[in-house]
Design a protein around this ligand. Structure first.
Ligand SMILES: Nc1ncnc2c1ncn2[C@@H]1O[C@H](COP(=O)(O)OP(=O)(O)O)[C@@H](O)[C@H]1O
Ligand SMILES: [Mg+2]
Length: 304
């Protein structure tokens, strides 16, 4: 199977699977099936323990179940270090689970399965905006004319058409992140994996990016798994919000967000939004407190 994996320090390479997929393929702890039946992503008792060089073990995830339907937007929140990125990377095939399995439905084997957008601006400084957006399509072997048209379409969608010949050093943080987003979306992946993509942006820009993402996802209906620290962001964007426990992480709460779509910029003033926020914060707060206690007792042990 042709699968380009992002390597350490080389995260700009899109994660994808654009080879022909037989009925069932297993790779890195994931099973891809050609079935279109729900769910799109199923984590079945997935666990991950990291082994450090000195022999110590870090239990990042304990057996965790999670199902995500085709076209669902699911956000994951949880204290730092609770295994959110680990879970996302397992779904993306960048990290193998130490136990359990991931089953992913791949409806159209001519399209890439997953593309990832990370918090850090993972774009190449020596490529123009256009060349960065086209990177994934180039790697998929898309022909020149189609590549040009698809890049133009997505540059327009993220309002970067006027900057296509510009190099990243001349772009603001928000523009760089839009380049990364356009590159991932241009590949038309079935699943979009986003790990705190807007965390480094200032609050106003973050709101604009959220609005853009809401609009794109409502029009292009993709399955999205989205990690964030912001409850407001999670509620605004998602069909469901998953709260994870402090490390070792597992799903603690899986809360549907029944706010109507299309969601407008003022969704945050809806009383239902506040009720959902309070409910999620009550659950998350307990875990953040546990994580802080664990970090403090670690520090005491370390410093004597
Ligand atoms: N490659 C790795 N090697 C060793 N430990 C790791 C590795 N990646 C993550 N961890 C540890 O696993 C735990 C979960 O990490 P991570 O999934 O990055 O959490 P989150 O994204 O929720 O902050 C943390 O304690 C982290 O230090
Ligand atoms: Mg993380």
């Amino acid at each position: 199977m042709a699968e380009a994996r992002a390597r350490k320090g080389d995260e700009a390479v899109p994660v994808m699977n654009n080879g022909s997929v037989p009925d069932e393929v297993s790779a890195n702890g994931r099973t891809m099936t050609l079935s279109t039946s729900e769910p799109h992503i199923r984590l079945d008792k997935v666990a991950r323990t990291y082994r450090l060089k000195d022999g110590r073990e870090i239990e990042a995830l304990v057996p965790t179940d999670l199902s995500i339907g085709v076209g669902e937007f699911v956000s994951i929140v949880g204290p730092s270090g609770c295994g959110k990125s680990t879970l996302l990377r397992i779904v993306g095939g960048l990290v193998a689970p130490s136990d359990g399995q991931v089953v992913i439905g791949h409806a159209d084997s001519t399209k890439p399965l997953c593309a990832m957008v990370f918090q850090e601006y993972s774009i190449f400084p020596w490529r123009t905006v256009r060349a960065n957006v086209g990177l994934g399509l180039e790697a998929m072997g898309v022909r020149k004319k189609e590549l040009h048209d698809r890049v133009s379409f997505w540059l327009d969608r993220v309002n970067l058409s006027a900057f296509e010949d510009v190099y990243p050093r001349n772009l603001s943080g928000g523009m760089k992140q839009r380049v990364a987003l356009a590159r991932a979306l241009a590949m038309e992946p079935e699943i979009l994996l986003m790990d705190e993509p807007f965390a480094a942006l200032d609050p106003q820009l973050r709101t604009l990016m959220q609005e853009q993402l809401v609009r794109i996802c409502e029009e292009e209906r993709r399955t999205v798994l989205f990690v964030t620290h912001s409850l407001d962001e999670a509620i605004t964007l998602s069909d469901r919000v998953v709260v994870m426990t402090a490390r070792p992480g597992r799903v603690k709460v899986d809360l549907p967000i029944p706010l109507p779509r299309p969601r407008q910029a003022d969704v945050g003033s809806d009383p239902a939004f506040h009720r959902l926020r309070t409910e999620l914060w009550t659950q998350l707060r307990e875990e953040v407190e546990l994580a802080v206690q664990a970090a403090e007792s670690d520090a005491v042990m370390r410093d004597g």
